[in-house]
Design a protein around this ligand. Structure first.
Ligand code: NAD
Ligand code: IPM
Ligand code: MN
Length: 360
């Protein structure tokens, strides 16, 4: 198979972890006889430095001309002072919305060999953690009207608006119910319907969908309670559907309880097979350029790309199994070590540990 992939390394540790993912894809290509063609493009701080804007049209065009996009991460202190529309993060939002990628799938699973890396006690982790978050990605407060104004007494005000249409909730809800139906048939919808009107509409729509999926056990949780339940009873969750903002926040929490943010991949998808694949972590400026970032989240994002955009299930499983075996055999990047003095592998060594376990 010939797979055409747009690659956006981005900023900070983005290029480091993308190098790992590309190496893994190439290994899979050699073993299974696939050709991966990469079209590199700039976004985020790298694009600001080259063109003065975070998301050049050329980058969007390259993404559209390919079958899938692999992205590292964007952002960093160098560009933090820029106005909102010119910040590196705008590139991610622009890509998601211009490419119609309204659903973000984020799997958070605790590998048994990493129980020690979870901050939760053994009596909680021994019940297992295996959750898929379905985050709405092109609506809500991220894309609502925002601005600044002066109050009548001259004080500066700023506002952001959360707005969801019925159709937006239906399409993300359907994705979540369909996913739950082929997993443990347990779906939680997270909202703040006790306060927010947008959440009340969200909840009404979800209840309507629940009637269409009688085999899926459905419940609602307020986001504050969900944040608490996630650390006290994580084994109660199977699939979780939530708005753009709540999804952003709770998935970072889920990454911590499953060991590290350096482990969680994501797939941003729409209605077809096209998708954008990226780790949920950011550009990690504090560790950039040190060859110590955990490449696993990016490598697992490449596995999601193979499965979703190219239906290469066996190849995807090879990558996932290799990463899990490497970790089970003791391979640890710095973020996965138990205490400060423990030995750890560099980004490149971790990548090698995974590459050597991909055997076709
Ligand atoms: P971050 O995810 O970059 O880092 C948070 C913490 O996790 C840091 O201590 C970092 O060292 C650690 N970490 C992250 N990824 C790691 C990895 N692979 N291996 C080991 N440790 C890892 O979040 P932040 O510090 O809040 O944001 C930094 C920049 O990244 C900001 O500009 C932010 O806007 C941006 N950001 C981008 C994306 C994206 O491109 N998708 C996502 C989140 C944040
Ligand atoms: C993520 C990131 C992004 C988000 C930022 C960089 C725009 O935090 O993918 O989780 O908030 O969606
Ligand atoms: Mn985030």
């Amino acid at each position: 198979m010939n797979c055409r992939i747009a690659v956006i390394p981005g900023d900070g540790i983005g290029p480091e972890v993308i190098t790992s993912s590309v190496a893994v894809l190439n290994r899979v290509g050699e073993l299974y006889g696939h050709t991966f063609t990469y079209a590199y493009a700039l976004a985020g701080g790298a694009a600001i430095d080259a063109y003065g804007i975070p998301l050049p049209d050329e980058t969007v065009r390259i993404c559209r001309e390919n079958d899938a996009v692999l992205l590292g991460a964007v952002g960093g202190p160098k560009w933090d002072g820029l106005p909102g529309d010119l910040r590196p993060e705008r590139a991610i939002l622009g890509l998601r919305s211009q490419l119609g990628l309204y659903a973000n799938i984020r799997p958070a699973r605790l590998m048994p060999s990493l129980a020690g890396a979870s901050p939760l006690r053994g009596s909680i982790t021994e019940k297992g953690i295996d959750i898929i978050f379905v985050r709405e990605l092109t609506g809500g407060i991220y894309f609502g009207e925002r601005g600044r104004m002066k109050s009548s007494v001259g004080s500066v005000c700023a506002y952001d608006t959360e707005c969801y249409s019925e159709d937006e909730v239906i399409r993300i809800g359907c994705k979540a119910f369909e996913l739950a139906a082929v997993r443990r048939r347990n779906l939680v919808s997270v909202d703040k319907a006790n306060v927010l009107e947008s959440s009340r509409l969200w909840r009404e729509v979800m209840h309507g969908l629940a009637e269409r999926y009688p085999d899926v056990r459905y419940r609602d949780l307020y986001v504050d309670n969900a944040a608490m339940q996630l650390v006290s009873n994580p084994s109660d969750f199977d699939v979780v559907v939530l708005s753009n903002l709540f999804g952003d926040i709770l998935t970072d929490e889920a990454s911590a309880i499953t060991g590290s943010i350096g482990l969680i991949p994501s797939a941003s998808v729409g209605d077809g097979t096209f998708g954008l694949y990226e780790p949920i972590h950011g550009s990690a400026p504090d560790i950039a350029g040190k060859n110590i970032a955990n490449p696993v989240a990016s490598i697992l994002s490449a596995a999601m790309l193979l499965r979703h955009s190219f239906s290469l299930d066996e190849e995807a499983k090879q990558i996932e199994d290799a990463a899990e075996r490497a970790i089970r055999d003791g391979a640890r990047t710095k973020d996965l070590t138990d205490s400060a003095g423990d030995a750890f592998l560099s980004t490149r060594e971790m990548t090698e540990a995974i590459l050597s376990r991909i055997c076709g």
